[in-house]
Design a protein around this ligand. Structure first.
Ligand SMILES: NC(=O)c1ccc[n+]([C@@H]2O[C@H](COP(=O)([O-])OP(=O)(O)OC[C@H]3O[C@@H](n4cnc5c(N)ncnc54)[C@H](OP(=O)(O)O)[C@@H]3O)[C@@H](O)[C@H]2O)c1
Length: 209
């Protein structure tokens, strides 16, 4: 697939690495062009691109910025009408130990409202950057699950295929509204990793589904 990654930080660089290794054609754009260039230069199938018009011709756009920068970052890459946009954000408080919204909405729903016509799919938000950077398995060999939620079955199918091409197990978590559940799961994961000091080689999974 042709994939645009917006953001060249912890998650963005992990996506560029794993997508490139899986043979996808990867473009990466960042607020700081030098960061995008540095990430692209380490990966064979990756190219750093300016934001303007970067969405054109892409099969999937992965949003790998903080939630606060999400809408402006998406607006900067051009026309997203009909595009599959993967929202990986978690709307975290400054200390990373809470969420700034939830129950009656989610980061994903707020992003979808702000970018009308985009096919927003919540996914990968429960996968820690340290895990993504290593691939789709934990150190004990167990496969990491990517939960995905969205209102377009076609867009969800694309995200499922993309995640599985990277080796992840996938779980359909329903409509985009269920991002209200996936974002707190990520918050609990962050608590285990950092709050409870269990470390970052962890990932949530669901038994019996
Ligand atoms: N880290 C994790 O383990 C993890 C796991 C799951 C989900 N997430 C979510 O993934 C997102 C990214 O997290 P992260 O840890 O990768 O953060 P990060 O390291 O801070 O990276 C975010 C990147 O987005 C860039 N950016 C900001 N505004 C932009 C714009 N308008 N256009 C292009 N790039 C822009 C930033 O640029 P600058 O360098 O110029 O600031 C930065 O490089 C967050 O929403 C987070 O909640 C993170």
């Amino acid at each position: 697939m042709k994939v645009l990654v917006i953001g060249a930080g912890n998650m963005g660089s992990g996506f560029v690495k794993q997508l490139s290794a899986a043979g996808h054609s990867v473009s990466v754009t960042a607020r700081d062009a030098a960061k995008a260039a540095a990430v692209a230069s380490q990966n064979a199938n990756a190219t750093a691109v300016p934001a303007a018009g970067a969405a054109e011709g892409q099969d999937v756009v992965i949003l790998a910025t903080g939630f606060g920068d999400a809408v402006s970052a998406l607006q900067s890459v051009g026309n997203l009408r009909g595009k599959v946009v993967v929202d990986i954000t978690n709307p975290l408080t400054a200390d990373y130990m809470g969420l700034t919204l939830g129950h009656s909405t989610s980061a994903a729903e707020e992003i979808a409202k702000a970018i009308p016509g985009a096919q927003v799919v919540k996914a990968f938000n429960t996968v820690l950057a340290q895990v993504l950077g290593q691939g789709s398995s934990l150190g004990d060999g167990s496969k990491v699950t990517v939960f995905y939620a969205g209102d377009s079955d076609a867009a969800k199918g694309t995200v499922k295929d993309l995640a599985e091409s990277l080796g992840f197990v996938t779980a359909d978590a329903g409509g985009l509204k269920n991002a209200r559940y996936l974002e707190p799961v990520a918050a609990l994961n962050i608590y285990f990793a950092y709050g409870a000091g269990r470390g970052t080689a962890i990932a949530p999974a669901w038994q019996g589904i």
